[in-house]
Design a protein around this ligand. Structure first.
Ligand SMILES: Nc1nc2c(ncn2[C@@H]2O[C@H](COP(=O)(O)OP(=O)(O)OP(=O)(O)O)[C@@H](O)[C@H]2O)c(=O)[nH]1
Ligand SMILES: [Mg+2]
Length: 461
């Protein structure tokens, strides 16, 4: 990607009515442009870095002040893009922000492309690719935990881990290269099995740890989809409302109340959970309800977690049993509802029918048992990922693909070493593994990857 010398500008805050709006200018010409469009209240000789300056943006045609603003300058290289950066805090409103932007563009800046400020920060070595991606995660974070993870990636945690692995790999590669260049010298003769062990310990093992943590990405960043399923009238919508702590779904004593799929996001012990309420399962005649029941069944196959609800104040029927046969036992929690009413279902029947399913007794009417339900949901989700506590570094799909590629080359190198293959083939695999690692931080990588990542930002980022 060609680095462009032009000075760029954009509105950095969402366009709308508000207290302040921020415009950013970055590039060699930024200070010059600021001088053209800004008239300070008190005359100044030079703009100092990191100092706010009160004044007006001047309309070049009428020479009249357009808005009172605060302007600051951050001189290269101590700025976000490592270029000269000017920030203007104006009042916020669609027209005022676009008028100021127009004036800045007329004074010599070009409108920034989406993500271009970040792209410049990356190209100038201020951030690596994982940090640029962390900003997307941070903006889209759905839970406290995803904010924390994104912040740690933004601080460079993933980049540092990758660099550690890369350094270990470079050391190994140096040994292998030496034994190719000076095959007869004793100091460079190396034992294949020894190097293979080193590859495993200092590169493959940490890579595999990162790959294992990937499985948690969906949990923390995107949220787990949990479907509430059960036969009609068992109290599914009431349970949804309780978990949301709000009356969102319609609840009535009439069987078949819910026809559509309802979805709401809720935070359970810090986990973002997408709760899906479905139509109760029963024999249906009407077209609308049939559609609802079909949708409910299809949700069972896509959900990460099933909350299977039964009504303890009634006997089980064929629909309960049919649902039980459909759910994935590994990802299901049994909710025994309506415990405030006299029981018609014995412990014995529940035990023999639902066997090892983790279960929670609740009353959606009184709220009893919901603390336990939250805990059960939390531990089921993390348990299925075989993780008790969340990982501190979680790669995204792009990182995962590069890590998988690196692992494959490293495994090849290791096998070839053990089988006594020529050192040249080992060196080649190690080099490819190094390239794959460098794709992650962006030291190596195609233009396509860069434009893919940076175009996901909006203009002004
Ligand atoms: N006593 C008692 N009544 C409950 C409880 N949970 C739900 N109900 C009642 O059971 C009836 C059905 O509740 P819903 O939440 O609509 O049940 P549903 O499973 O969503 O029903 P459909 O959408 O028709 O499949 C309503 O009259 C609720 O007030 C509970 O824990 N105790
Ligand atoms: Mg319902």
């Amino acid at each position: 990607m060609d680095y462009e010398e032009e000075t760029i500008a954009a509105i950095a805050t969402p366009i709308g009515v508000g207290g302040i709006g921020i415009l950013k200018i970055s590039g060699n010409n930024a200070e010059n442009i600021a001088r053209k469009v800004f008239r300070p209240k008190r005359s100044i000789k030079s703009f100092d870095s990191f100092r706010l300056c009160l004044g007006h943006i001047i309309d070049p045609k009428s020479k009249l002040p357009l808005d009172e603003v605060l302007l600051s300058i951050m001189h290269a290289p101590f700025s976000y893009t490592r270029e000269d950066v000017v920030e203007i805090n104006s009042h916020s409103g669609y027209t005022i922000l676009s008028n100021i932007l127009q004036i800045i563009l007329q004074a010599g800046a070009r409108l920034a492309k989406p993500g271009e400020f970040k792209l410049r920060a990356f190209l100038n070595g201020r951030i690596d690719l994982t940090q640029a991606e962390a900003i997307v995660d941070l903006i889209n974070a759905k839970s406290d935990m995803s904010v924390r993870l994104a912040a740690s990636q933004l601080a460079g945690a993933l980049g540092t881990r990758i660099e550690e692995i890369r350094q270990a790999l470079i050391k190994i590669l140096a040994k292998v290269d030496a034994s190719i260049d000076f095959p007869d010298e004793e100091s460079t003769t190396i034992k294949g099995s020894h190097i293979a062990r080193q590859i495993n310990k200092s590169t493959l093992k940490p890579i595999k740890e990162l790959l294992a943590a990937y499985s948690q990405r969906k949990v923390w960043h995107e949220g787990v989809a949990a479907v509430i399923a059960g036969r009609v009238n068992v109290g599914k919508s009431s349970i949804l409302n309780r978990l949301l702590q709000e009356e969102r779904a319609i609840v009535t004593p009439i069987p078949g109340t819910t026809r559509d799929i309802l979805e709401y996001t809720v935070n359970i012990e810090g986990l973002p959970l997408r709760l899906i309420d479905t139509a109760g399962i029963r024999k249906v005649k009407g077209k609308v309800e049939k559609k609802g029941v079909d949708l409910a069944k299809s949700q069972l196959t896509v959900a990460d977690l099933t909350l299977l609800v039964i009504d303890r104040s009634r006997r089980l029927n064929e629909h309960d049993l049919k649902l039980l046969s459909k759910v994935d036992q590994e990802t299901t929690i049994l909710i025994i509802n309506k415990i405030d009413l006299p029981a018609k279902l014995s412990e014995k029947t529940i035990n023999s029918t639902f066997r090892d399913l983790p279960r929670v007794n609740v009353s959606a009417l009184t709220g009893e048992g919901f603390k336990n339900l939250n805990k059960a949901i939390f531990s089921k989700i993390l348990d299925n990922k075989r993780q008790i506590s969340p990982a501190s570094i979680i790669p995204n799909l792009r990182h995962k693909m590069a890590l998988t590629k690196a692992a494959k080359f490293l495994e090849n190198a290791s096998t070839n070493l053990i089988n006594g293959f020529p050192m040249e083939t080992v060196a080649a695999d190690l080099c490819w593994a190094k390239d794959a690692l460098e794709e992650i931080t962006g030291n190596k990588g195609s233009e396509e990857v860069l434009s893919d990542i940076f175009s996901t930002f909006c203009i002004g980022k």
